[in-house]
Design a protein around this ligand. Structure first.
Ligand SMILES: CC(C)(COP(=O)(O)OP(=O)(O)OC[C@H]1O[C@@H](n2cnc3c(N)ncnc32)[C@H](O)[C@@H]1OP(=O)(O)O)[C@@H](O)C(=O)NCCC(=O)NCCS
Length: 162
């Protein structure tokens, strides 16, 4: 498995993975599937800002992706980033998620970042465990701040020093 920067050619697989997570989980607080144009705009914006978008490449397919971007827009927050990670449902529990997040750490350090933040749905046990294992510390829970699949959702905030 190779971790590398995403290319435009990866976008259809990134889109398929993103839309599967939207349709089947509460890991993304969105109900509408995304489009290739939206994923392209997202990738271009991350590149423009110098932020990484990484993929785990098995050799012939994208197993997952990770990325970070601005957490909040006011200038005081410029040393803090919020990251995301998603792995294909049929390729989980094989180390891709851990490797994708670990690969973000040197990128954040190289950009002079100070803190990384993960905002995780409280029911996303796998993601909560993964982040605990990587040294992220839970710092609070926002209760019932989102709604999906006809229920209220709690959002857990976790952070780690870069
Ligand atoms: C969360 C996610 C990215 C983990 O990716 P993964 O490739 O399966 O994770 P890894 O194989 O690298 O596992 C790393 C650690 O995470 C924890 N973990 C992963 N899946 C888990 C599960 N289903 N239950 C409990 N712990 C789990 C374990 O501690 C694991 O270490 P171990 O296998 O040595 O015990 C993946 O499950 C996923 O994409 N889920 C849906 C979308 C999502 O929740 N994204 C995160 C949004 S913040």
């Amino acid at each position: 498995m190779l971790i590398r920067d995403a290319t435009d050619a990866d976008l259809p697989q990134i889109l398929a993975l993103y839309n599967d997570v939207v349709a089947t989980t509460t890991a993304i607080y969105e109900e509408r599937p995304s489009t290739l144009e939206e994923r392209q705009a997202w990738l271009e914006e991350r590149r423009r800002r110098g932020f990484p978008v990484l993929v785990a490449d098995s050799g012939d397919e994208v197993l997952g992706f990770s990325s970070f971007g601005e957490w909040r827009s006011r200038s005081g927050y410029r040393f803090t980033v919020e990251h995301t990670v998603h792995v294909r449902a049929d390729r989980r529990r094989r180390g891709a998620g851990r490797t994708l997040v670990e690969a973000l750490f040197p990128r954040a350090a190289a950009l002079g970042m100070h803190v990384m933040i993960a905002l995780i749905d409280s029911q996303a046990t796998a993601s909560c465990r993964l982040h605990e294992r990587l040294g992220f510390e839970p710092v609070g829970t926002f209760r019932q701040v989102a709604r999906k699949f006809d229920r209220w959702l709690d959002l857990v905030a976790m952070q780690r020093a870069v």
